[in-house]
Ligand binder design. Structure first.
Ligand SMILES: *Cc1c(COP(=O)(O)O)cnc(C)c1O
Length: 401
């Protein structure tokens, strides 16, 4: 691993994003934080923004805050995502959790295809996505069809798409393997079958460039506390294409999705704009943290983030290959082709749970996924090559034991 040390130093010196790391809280007791894909690090400016919010706005303005800016945050912050996801204003909101947003998106999507009765999901998707899909299918009398992954890691959509397909829900980046789907090509394939495409962007938001409008995506949901660093439980991003909004029906209509929030009308009349996607009072502190996270990602530049992310995953894969050559029993699960992976590297390891515990004892924070996967999340704005190198050295020591 000695040449890897030199390579890490050279990569850090040449890294145009290297200074961003100093804009975040770096935990003194951690050798390497390789879990930015589960919970991103805390940006210094978010800490300041939330402190000021608590002191001056919540503390100083109380209820007046709603008419002095808070009420507009869900749509404003939704619009601020535009640059990261390729969405024109007026199509996104931030307010509810990822799970709730997936439920809303699937209900709305199913209603767009009344004559069809199948909902397609990946059998390997994140539990919340599968559970919600099953629940929505039960309520809407749809049948869940599972799309299988072929040997080369692509999804065999051909086998499941047809005249009965109403909705397809897929993750842009697979949370376990890190496999990146071709958002544009898959959306086209789903549309060719006459179905509605719902993307889960949890593991790509902030690290993979995308163009939701140009790709013709119908609905999308993304988590903000992973690569966008908005903090535990921060509200999620929900996108609905402008062409669907005027007729879109969602299952949790509340006063925040009504045409006039403060009219307290007897009859529910949905808003004509993206506010129709909301339900109840959003978490203002969470929204402010999302705003900072999105601004940081936009300032650093999504293309630059992707370029560094690719370098980080490539470096990591090369180093893991070296460990294997050295006798370690690891099997790479993430695609070797950089164009086909997100910002994580996953390996299959015997006793992955024990290895994870030993890594944590050694100051390295990775992520363990049942039953035998060790996931190394590499966040381009906060992971340095030197940090990754140190983490891999500890992994080497743990595996030798
Ligand atoms: C992180 C993640 C979630 C989390 O949903 P919450 O409602 O925030 O708990 C859901 N789906 C995927 C694919 C995720 O990666």
């Amino acid at each position: 691993m000695t040449d890897f040390r030199e390579r890490a130093v050279a990569l850090d010196v040449a890294d145009p994003l290297a200074l961003w790391r100093h804009q975040f809280v770096i935990e003194p007791d951690v050798v390497a934080y390789l879990d930015g894909n589960s919970l991103g690090r805390l940006p210094l400016r978010t800490r300041e923004r939330l402190t000021a919010f608590i002191r001056d706005e919540w503390g100083g303005r109380l209820i007046r805050g709603w008419s002095q800016g808070w009420a507009d945050l869900p749509t404003q912050v939704g619009d601020e995502f535009g640059e990261l996801v390729g969405a024109a204003p007026g199509q996104g909101v931030v307010g509810d959790s990822t799970t709730i947003c997936i439920a809303k998106a699937l209900h709305a999507a199913a209603d767009l295809r009344p004559g069809r009765d199948e909902l397609v999901v990946s059998a390997d998707d994140f539990p919340t996505d599968r559970y919600i899909a099953e629940a929505v299918a039960r309520e809407k009398s749809l049948t869940v069809r599972h799309v299988e992954t072929t040997v080369d890691g692509t999804l065999d959509l051909e086998a499941v798409l047809g005249e009965r397909t109403a909705v397809v829900l897929l993750s842009h980046v697979d949370y376990r393997t890190g496999t990146l789907q071709d958002l544009t090509a898959v959306t086209r394939q789903v549309h060719d079958a006459g179905a509605v495409m719902v993307w889960d962007l949890c593991h790509s938001l902030g690290v993979v460039p995308m163009d939701l409008d140009a790709a013709g995506v119908d609905l999308a949901v993304g988590c903000t506390y992973k690569y966008l660093n908005a903090g535990p439980g921060a509200p999620a991003y929900l996108y609905a294409a402008a062409r669907h909004l005027p007729d879109l029906r969602q299952p949790l209509p509340g006063w925040w999705s009504a045409s006039d929030l403060f009219a307290m009308a007897d009859e529910y009349e949905p808003a004509n704009d993206a506010r129709r996607l909301l339900s109840g009072t959003p978490n203002v502190a969470g929204l402010l943290a999302v705003r900072e996270g999105v601004a940081i990602a936009a300032e650093a530049g999504i293309e630059a983030a992707r370029a560094k992310s690719t370098q980080l995953t490539s470096y990591c894969i090369d180093a893991l290959d070296e460990l294997v050559a050295d006798g370690a029993s690891l099997e790479l699960v993430t695609p070797r082709d950089a164009a086909r992976r997100g910002s994580q590297v996953t390996v299959r390891v015997p006793d992955a749970r024990g290895v994870t515990a030993d890594l944590i004892d050694g100051g390295v924070v990775p992520d363990f996924r049942e039953p035998d996967l060790l996931r190394l999340g590499l966040a381009p704005l906060t992971t340095s090559f030197a940090e990754l190198h140190e983490g891999l050295v500890v992994l080497q020591q743990v595996l030798r034991r």
